[in-house]
Write a protein that binds this ligand. Sequence first.
Ligand SMILES: *[C@@H]1O[C@H](CO)[C@@H](O)[C@H](O)[C@H]1NC(C)=O
Ligand SMILES: *[C@@H]1O[C@H](CO)[C@@H](O)[C@H](O)[C@H]1NC(C)=O
Ligand SMILES: *[C@@H]1O[C@H](CO)[C@@H](O)[C@H](O)[C@H]1NC(C)=O
Ligand SMILES: *[C@@H]1O[C@H](CO)[C@@H](O)[C@H](O)[C@H]1NC(C)=O
Ligand SMILES: *[C@@H]1O[C@H](CO)[C@@H](O)[C@H](O)[C@H]1NC(C)=O
Ligand SMILES: *[C@@H]1O[C@H](CO)[C@@H](O)[C@H](O)[C@H]1NC(C)=O
Ligand SMILES: *[C@@H]1O[C@H](CO)[C@@H](O)[C@H](O)[C@H]1NC(C)=O
Ligand SMILES: *[C@@H]1O[C@H](CO)[C@@H](O)[C@H](O)[C@H]1NC(C)=O
Ligand SMILES: *[C@@H]1O[C@H](CO)[C@@H](O)[C@H](O)[C@H]1NC(C)=O
Ligand SMILES: *[C@@H]1O[C@H](CO)[C@@H](O)[C@H](O)[C@H]1NC(C)=O
Ligand SMILES: *[C@@H]1O[C@H](CO)[C@@H](O)[C@H](O)[C@H]1NC(C)=O
Ligand SMILES: *[C@@H]1O[C@H](CO)[C@@H](O)[C@H](O)[C@H]1NC(C)=O
Length: 690
Amino acid sequence: MASYLLLSLFLFFPHLCASSSGSHSCSHPEAASLIQFKNSFSINQTDDAAWYCDYSAGLKSYPKTNSWREGTDCCSWDGVTCHHLNAHVIALDLSCSWLYGNFPSNTTLFLLPHLQKLNLAFNDFNHSKIPSEFGRFESLVYLNLSHTRFVGEVPSQVSHLSKLVSLDLSSWIYYYEQFTIDKHALEGLIQNLTEVRHLFLDEINMSSANAHVFMNLSSSLRSLSLAGCGLQGKFAKNIFGLPNLNFLNLGGNQLSGQIPRSLGNLLQLTHLDLSDNQLIGQIPLSILNLTQLEYLGIVGNSLEGSIPNEVTAFPNLKYLHLYDNLLNGTLPSWLYTASSLKEIHLAQNQFSGHIKEFQSKSLELIALDHNKLQGPLPSSIFQLLNLTRLFLSSNNLSGVIEFSMFSNLSSLKNLDLSYNSLSLTSNSTSSVNHILPNLTSLFLLSCNLSEFPPFLKGLKRLESLDLSCNRIEGKIPQWMQEVGNDSLAYLNVSHNSLTEVEHFPWKNIAVLDLSSNLICGNLPIPASTINIFLISNNSFNGEVSSFICNASALEILDLSHNNLSGTMPQCFGNLSDSLKFLNLKKNKFYGTIPPTFAKGCQLSNLNLNGNLLEGPLTPSILNCKGLEVLDLGNNKINDTFPHWLGSFPQLQVLVLNSIGTHHSLKSQMGWAPKVESNIGWQVGLKVGMG
Ligand SMILES: *[C@@H]1O[C@H](CO)[C@@H](O)[C@H](O)[C@H]1NC(C)=O
Ligand SMILES: *[C@@H]1O[C@H](CO)[C@@H](O)[C@H](O)[C@H]1NC(C)=O
Ligand SMILES: *[C@@H]1O[C@H](CO)[C@@H](O)[C@H](O)[C@H]1NC(C)=O
Ligand SMILES: *[C@@H]1O[C@H](CO)[C@@H](O)[C@H](O)[C@H]1NC(C)=O
Ligand SMILES: *[C@@H]1O[C@H](CO)[C@@H](O)[C@H](O)[C@H]1NC(C)=O
Ligand SMILES: *[C@@H]1O[C@H](CO)[C@@H](O)[C@H](O)[C@H]1NC(C)=O
Ligand SMILES: *[C@@H]1O[C@H](CO)[C@@H](O)[C@H](O)[C@H]1NC(C)=O
Ligand SMILES: *[C@@H]1O[C@H](CO)[C@@H](O)[C@H](O)[C@H]1NC(C)=O
Ligand SMILES: *[C@@H]1O[C@H](CO)[C@@H](O)[C@H](O)[C@H]1NC(C)=O
Ligand SMILES: *[C@@H]1O[C@H](CO)[C@@H](O)[C@H](O)[C@H]1NC(C)=O
Ligand SMILES: *[C@@H]1O[C@H](CO)[C@@H](O)[C@H](O)[C@H]1NC(C)=O
Ligand SMILES: *[C@@H]1O[C@H](CO)[C@@H](O)[C@H](O)[C@H]1NC(C)=O
């Protein structure tokens, strides 16, 4: 987009292409102003701006002003462009330059009256306000203050910049510290900027403005981006009457109602994003008019009906993102033939019917999960050499998939075939060693597997592996220890019939779920990187080694419903500055409860029910200020009621079964927490698949 914008700027404003090697050199006052501007900041690669530049926006950040030296011709400085005849500074591009600090409202930048182009994007002005003096740059045609951590009101004086062709004030999506623009300032801006072709105002809070203000948008507009602006109500009709628009992003607002048919007037549109609004109804057939579209995103609305279909639709489409709607019917036929298509993301809809053969080979992402698709996988999927992500879970797909069929998909990184009616087989163990070398995440939940698929052996980069809810028996094979030895961070083999584990060799494991198997023997201790360790509903026995307390980042530990015995590792009380959930329910732990819970304790759920513990519970448990559930029931604790338990602000569930009823609790504590005898532990796991 950036290069396109620059190109169009130069096309319309050839005088911007001034040379910096002209016969004149820059004037002393202008050079001094630049130096003084530079000196008002520190040069600091603050993580957000530089990171966003380098990684997310694909640009290269570096301190451009380091090349600025007094006594040298400022026209030769990095980021500075001078007029080729009079050598006035006419353009300043200091985007991604590590500038950090408060932006002075009397900055000497305002002493450069000839500026036509100013780009300060991706610096960190530390929550400064945009000075109203920006309104003095009367010659500006290009102003870019995006992602600068300016905050507060956009000054109404910006609307004095009536020559602006491009204005970008987009701010960080991640921060609440938003820009706001007052109703009148927005009206002024839209009325006065009659030349504007590119308007990017993402994440500016416009909720006080009325949508009709956009009636007056200049008809020469090419790009309009108003994502996350708090726009409400129906579309301002005329947005779809701007004949030259080729970039439109209205995502992340509260726009409601149906998409107007007049969308079909935007014949030049290449990028359309209406995601995350409250749109209902069908996608209008007129969308088939938009043959230039390269990006179509209407994610996260409530659209119904089928996707408009016409054999030759969208010949230029690269990205189709319509996930998380209520769309139904069969997949449109153009999906299989559109020759530029890279991403088909239609997950979380109600599509039905078969997936047909793909004729286009450019596909990189296919996400059709959480639909009602049925029938076999088309064989052409296995010939999509550029495919990196394939998500087909939670449909009703059927047929036999032999793992060697994936052997051509060497770019594949993410594969999810969970929850279908597929049979996965592996007929030859030798040939499958070298397939899918780049796979980083593999999800085969409920795939009727009866063994660890042999092709896993070749997966040296695997980060996430989920084989839960299958029929795998016996022990975790020895060779699994080499699978993702350095990379595996998430392993879920819960809900199988495993009987034995030896040790956990994975050095970077963060989540390990072995729950609901038949495993007995001593509990091996995972690497100290572990965050979530779940082994409930097995038959582990013996004592729990205190080595488990080396896991200083442990947040959730569920050892419930096993035969573990011995004393509770006393170090559990010290682990608690990371530990949030500790469930030891239904084991055979005896002895005392750890005497001290350390300061800063983060425990919110502590369940020791159904053991042989004798207590006592000491007042140091009060260090766990966020405790919500405390269950000590069915133990051998013989203690009088600890009155200080009444001082937990968040406590919702308390079980101390040696202590009478609900009523007596209320009378002793003056308030009544919800008292239950049986607490279900539900740990919601959300692990990204990126
Ligand atoms: C603003 O500058 C940033 C960084 O150079 C660039 O990515 C973005 O496209 C620019 N916006 C406009 C409208 O030119
Ligand atoms: C850069 O920022 C870091 C952290 O904000 C700070 O410690 C450091 O002193 C800064 N460096 C300069 C040169 O301002
Ligand atoms: C950034 O702003 C904070 C307060 O908002 C201030 O304390 C700090 O000195 C500022 N840093 C710079 C480098 O201006
Ligand atoms: C801007 O104002 C500050 C304080 O108000 C002052 O110290 C500084 O010298 C002024 N800078 C310029 C360039 O006038
Ligand atoms: C429009 O721009 C002109 C000249 O730049 C300025 O005088 C006028 O106040 C502006 N109008 C608004 C509503 O900002
Ligand atoms: C947007 O501004 C309005 C006031 O104009 C305010 O009530 C609202 O909370 C703001 N929204 C956000 C997300 O900051
Ligand atoms: C589709 O485009 C044609 C021009 O090619 C135009 O006449 C027609 O009104 C458009 N249809 C819709 C529904 O917008
Ligand atoms: C699709 O949903 C609409 C209601 O939104 C319904 O009328 C139609 O029958 C459904 N079509 C299919 C094929 O399920
Ligand atoms: C596959 O990706 C490569 C590298 O990005 C690209 O050059 C090639 O054109 C792509 N193949 C197809 C069929 O799009
Ligand atoms: C596998 O990944 C590596 C590193 O990311 C990359 O260089 C290589 O091209 C990938 N191989 C294929 C076949 O995509
Ligand atoms: C394994 O299955 C594939 C696909 O079903 C088949 O082409 C191949 O011949 C089979 N190999 C053996 C050794 O049976
Ligand atoms: C509980 O403690 C009381 C007082 O110390 C004692 O009298 C009683 O026998 C104890 N009960 C049991 C079951 O240990």
